[in-house]
Structure formats: C-alpha cells, structure tokens
Ligand binder design. Structure first.
Ligand code: URA
Length: 217
C-alpha cells in the first residue's frame, strides 16, 4: 500500500472520527466521556468489530482497552497479529449505560442506537476495505446478519459480511471471561477454532486482478 493511500485513509478516518465526536443522536451521546471511534492500521487486512465501549474505553476514548481488550490482544497474538496490525472498533461508538442502585452499569446497545451509529461503522469499513471481518459476540453479528442469529449455534462459520467481505463470528472476549470451571477451556477451544479459520483466510492468496488490469501487460 502506498504512503499516499495510507495518508488518505488516515485523514478520512480522522474526519469521520471528528464527525462521530459531534454526534448526539442518542441519549448516550450526551452521557459519554469520550466517543470511542476505533483505532488501528488504516490498511489492515482484518477488522475486528465488537459491541460497544465499556467504562475503561469510555474513559480513555479507545476500544478494547479493559479486561476484554487484554484478552482480545492475546487472541490476536495467538494467530500472529499484534493489535497494531488490525483495525478495532465497535458497532456503537458511545458507552451504553444504565442507572442501577450501585451506579452506572454497562448494557447492550439498543437497536436504535446501533442504527444511529451504523453510518460511522459503514464509513470505517468503506475506508479500510479489510479482506476479513471478525465480529465479536451476538450484538455485532446480529447487526450484520439479523436478529435471528444465535451465537452458540451459528458462530465459527463464514458469512457474507458488510460490503460482501467474508465475516467470521466468534464469542466476545467478555463472554469468555465470564465463564467458570470447565466451561472456560471449552469456550476458549471454540474461539481458538474460529481464530484459526481467520488466520487461514488471511493467508489465502489475494483474488486474481480483474481482466482489464491483468491485460495491461
Ligand atoms: N467490549 C466491546 O465490545 N468493545 C469494547 O471496546 C470493549 C469491550
């Protein structure tokens, strides 16, 4: 990828992040400390899409920097990728919260919040055009595949994701962290199977160039 193209993508993402930072379409837009737009390599082959920022992410303005993020970093390392090699974002850019007697808690994003944020996600996908998408958890998968998606039955397969990009769905690292006893290893093994498929897809040779390009020579 040329330096010019890298710079163009960086600029495009910065502009889109600035626009997302102004967004107040949802109530959570006014409650957030930071808009958590996304981060990583603008020329990444792999785009990782999670659910939404948690407390640490909201505080730091960066995706997946809490406990789930630590596990995500390990998951990526297991298939030979550094966090900096990929692009990481969420289906919603503001932290979805609810009031409880114990204080503010994280919650899953509402369908309307996901819809309101979709243009920001689409822009990221459009600029980066990754060759593979990894959706983490049911909310991310449902946002692309519809509300009938059932993660326990349907993860671990290739789907036609956004812009027709091959998409793998696996368990969210926060879900892995919530497992106890023997379930931990069982769930980790499933995630490992899914990650190996991602590695294999990334290692596939790129598709043949279109005829007009090939015929230039
Ligand atoms: N969980 C997510 O889905 N996204 C984050 O950025 C952090 C935790």
């Amino acid at each position: 990828m040329s330096l010019e193209e890298r710079a163009r993508r960086t600029r495009a993402l910065e502009e889109a992040a600035a626009a997302a930072g102004q967004c107040r379409k949802c109530a959570i837009g006014s409650q957030r400390r930071n808009n958590v737009y996304g981060e990583g390599d603008p020329c990444a082959q792999l785009m990782v899409i999670g659910e939404g920022p948690g407390e640490t992410e909201d505080m730091l303005g960066r995706p997946f920097v809490g406990r789930a993020g630590e596990l995500l970093n390990k998951m990526l390392a297991a298939i030979g990728l550094a966090r900096e090699d990929v692009y990481i974002c969420n289906i919603v850019k503001c932290r979805p919260t609810m009031e409880t007697p114990g204080g503010l808690r994280n919650r899953a994003p509402e369908p309307q919040e996901i819809a309101n944020c979709r243009a920001f996600l689409d822009r990221q996908i459009d600029v980066i055009r990754p060759s593979v998408v990894l959706a983490l958890g049911a909310p991310a998968a449902k946002s692309f595949l519809g509300s009938s998606f059932q993660i326990t039955k349907m993860r671990g397969r290739w789907y036609e994701g956004p812009h027709g990009i091959p998409m793998m769905v696996t368990f969210h690292p926060a879900y892995v962290l919530r497992q106890t006893g023997g379930e931990i290893d069982a769930v980790k093994r499933l995630v490992w199977d899914d990650l190996k498929q991602v590695r294999a897809k990334l290692d596939e040779p790129p598709p043949e160039p279109a005829f007009e390009q090939a015929s230039l020579f």
